[in-house]
Write a protein that binds this ligand. Structure first.
Ligand code: BTN
Length: 238
């Protein structure tokens, strides 16, 4: 079990940067920075993560004894923890996971994960839309509040998230990636999708999540492609 040590702040540039700094100074596993807002919140692929007051912004430090090549598995651990957290507050809603690590409510993005590794450490930054739906450039966004879960204490949400993160982290440590993969597949957003890669865009159908965490896409010409990094877009819901 991880002993979490939470450092709360009113504002910071990015909680990921704060945890990274602490990690480089020797901070132990379980250190968490939670900020009420961020002035320079960061998303995947160098994008901005809008961080007004009202949503949850936190980063945790883990020190897994695993090869750097397996680090990507932790983004699925975090996605499952966020999925559990969202489902706790929206028990009747359709919560799905979009590769690699977005949590969707009725097809709209409610959270984001930014994984960064350093020597002997891993920083998992998590943003969850609680009260406000930011205007994401790429995706439709949603929040807990707009789905009916209003006036929830951020500290209670963070506590729930850390319990779930502990659970899935221990599952990965003790049982390997297979149960993580199966749990992720159980609520994966599947079907037709567009995948934007740095130099190409692919249309295909979801086939699988392989044991390395790659997205396996079935292409129209009958071939299959394993994708390690990219942005997935689902067709709009009616
Ligand atoms: C994404 O692009 O989907 C990932 C967004 C990750 C945002 C979180 S908020 C807390 C932590 N601090 C950051 O600067 N980014 C992450």
């Amino acid at each position: 079990m991880i002993i979490w040590k939470i450092h709360k702040t009113d504002v910071t540039s990015s909680t990921n940067d704060d945890v990274k700094q602490a990690a480089l100074e020797g901070m132990h596993e379980g250190f968490v920075v939670w900020s009420l807002k961020q002035s320079a919140g960061r998303g995947r692929h160098g994008r901005v993560w809008e961080s007004p007051e009202g949503n949850l912004y936190c980063s945790v430090l883990l020190r897994p004894e695993t090869a750097l090549s397996n680090i990507g598995q932790y983004s699925f651990v975090a996605a499952l923890a966020l999925r559990d957290t969202v489902q706790t507050y929206l028990p009747t809603m359709n919560v799905t996971l979009k590769w690699p690590n977005d949590v969707l409510v009725n097809g709209k993005k409610i959270s984001g994960i930014l994984l960064e590794s350093i020597e002997h450490g891993l920083i998992i930054g998590m943003g969850l839309n609680v009260a406000i739906e930011p205007t994401l450039s790429n995706y439709l966004a949603t929040s807990l509040a707009s789905n009916g879960a209003k006036d929830i204490e951020l500290s209670a949400i963070l506590d729930r998230l850390l319990i779930a993160l502990d659970y899935w982290y221990n599952t990965l440590r003790n049982k390997g990636f297979m149960p993580i993969r199966l749990a992720w597949l159980e609520c994966a957003a599947t079907g037709p999708m567009t995948v934007r890669l740095p130099h190409a865009t692919l249309q295909g159908t979801f086939k699988d999540l392989d044991i390395n965490g790659n997205l396996c896409l079935h292409l129209a010409d009958g071939t299959e492609r394993a994708i390690a990094s990219g942005d997935v877009f689902l067709p709009p819901k009616d």
